[in-house]
Design a protein around this ligand. Structure first.
Ligand code: UDP
Ligand code: MG
Length: 322
């Protein structure tokens, strides 16, 4: 039984050795308890620091460590996809490099899968301690909105930390869409999921790669990727404004017929025009967002471009020895 650990890394040179230590510890423990073998796949997402160097060193020291290095930063979602593609394991886990996803949970997660009742063991944090309150508030708002709009259930506080069976990994790999929103994809493919709750852990080293703006864009990505409800709302807004205009016309005509035609009312007219054109642009923006996503999707661009993998390194070394 082989277990693959997929670790997307963007500028994580400080955290990676710590992650490796902890993962190796858990691996040794699980080798005894479950007879499991491990491979660790670091996906270097176009890092600007020594992430690739650390990955090479770890691979040289321990052949269980593999790596894929991207030609530039493609984002965490692309990293997860690349890792899933490279993974050879019967069970595959995705974890962050900063140890916010504790590998120590893996034995319990594997136990759940080994019962045969589940194809996925997923994790959820119960607290958002150590996070700015404003961010938590917006995060909760996002989960409320997306779950209202989308048929795909997106669990509040769900991490990307999961252990999946080969069956589920293959299903996820079949979703080769360009705009990837993992939380949605994992939920969309279905399969029985067992949830594990744990307290939020702070990152061991380095810094978070997300700011408010990138999280905002990510949330829009999620909504557009897993719901077409905003389009319905845009259409609905159009209908409501048409009705309002219709009522308004009848009122104005009737008033003109009964009381004559007073020329007052410019300010209200300007306000109404501004409001209506604002709503129009907003709805056009929603449509544009879907069009943009469709545009990117039909181009069929690769999700990531690998520059180097551990195989390249091994081959080069063998060539040198000859
Ligand atoms: N990450 C990545 N590419 C990116 C941004 C982040 O591979 O463009 C990785 C990062 O190295 C880490 C994981 O995604 O392993 C989660 O990132 P981070 O810890 O910054 O997010 P947070 O835990 O603060 O939500
Ligand atoms: Mg983190």
């Amino acid at each position: 039984m082989l277990i693959s650990l997929i670790v997307p890394c963007y500028n994580e040179e400080e955290a990676m050795p710590l992650f490796y230590q902890e993962a190796a510890r858990v691996a040794a423990q699980m080798e005894k308890s479950h007879g499991a073998e491990f491979e660790i796949i670091f996906v270097d997402d176009g890092s600007k620091d020594g992430t690739l160097r650390v990955a090479r060193e770890l691979h040289d020291a321990d052949p269980r460590v593999r790596y894929v290095s991207f030609s530039r930063n493609f984002g965490k979602e692309a990293g997860i996809y690349a890792g899933l593609k490279a993974a050879k394991g019967d069970y595959v886990a995705t974890l962050d490099a900063d140890l916010q996803d504790p590998p120590a949970l893996l034995p319990d997660m594997l136990d759940a899968l080994l019962t045969g009742d589940y194809d996925c063991a997923a994790t959820r944090r119960t607290t958002r301690e150590g996070e700015p309150p404003v961010r938590s508030w917006f995060a909760r708002l996002f989960y409320r909105i997306i779950n209202k709009m989308s048929d795909t259930e997106i669990v509040d506080g769900a991490r990307d930390f999961r252990l999946m069976s080969r069956r589920m990994v293959d299903a996820v790999l079949e979703m080769s869409e360009y705009n990837r929103f993992s939380k949605g994809i994992f939920s969309w493919v279905g399969f029985k999921t067992k949830w594990f709750a744990y307290q939020n852990v702070e990152r061991v080293a380095g810094q978070t790669k997300w700011n408010f703006w990138s999280l905002f864009k990510y949330s829009i990505e999620g909504i557009v990727g897993f719901s077409t409800q905003p389009l319905v709302m845009a259409a609905l807004a159009g209908v409501i404004f048409c009705l309002a205009a219709f009522v308004g016309i009848i009122f104005v005509v009737a008033r003109a017929l009964i009381f004559g035609d007073p020329t007052a009312g410019w300010p209200s007219m300007v306000c109404i025009m501004l409001l209506c054109s604002g709503v129009q642009l907003f709805c056009l923006g929603i449509v544009g967002e879907y069009l943009a996503k469709t545009y990117l999707e039909v181009k069929h661009r690769p999700i990531y471009i690998a520059r180097e993998t551990e195989q390249d390194r091994d081959e080069r070394r063998q060539a040198k020895q000859k």
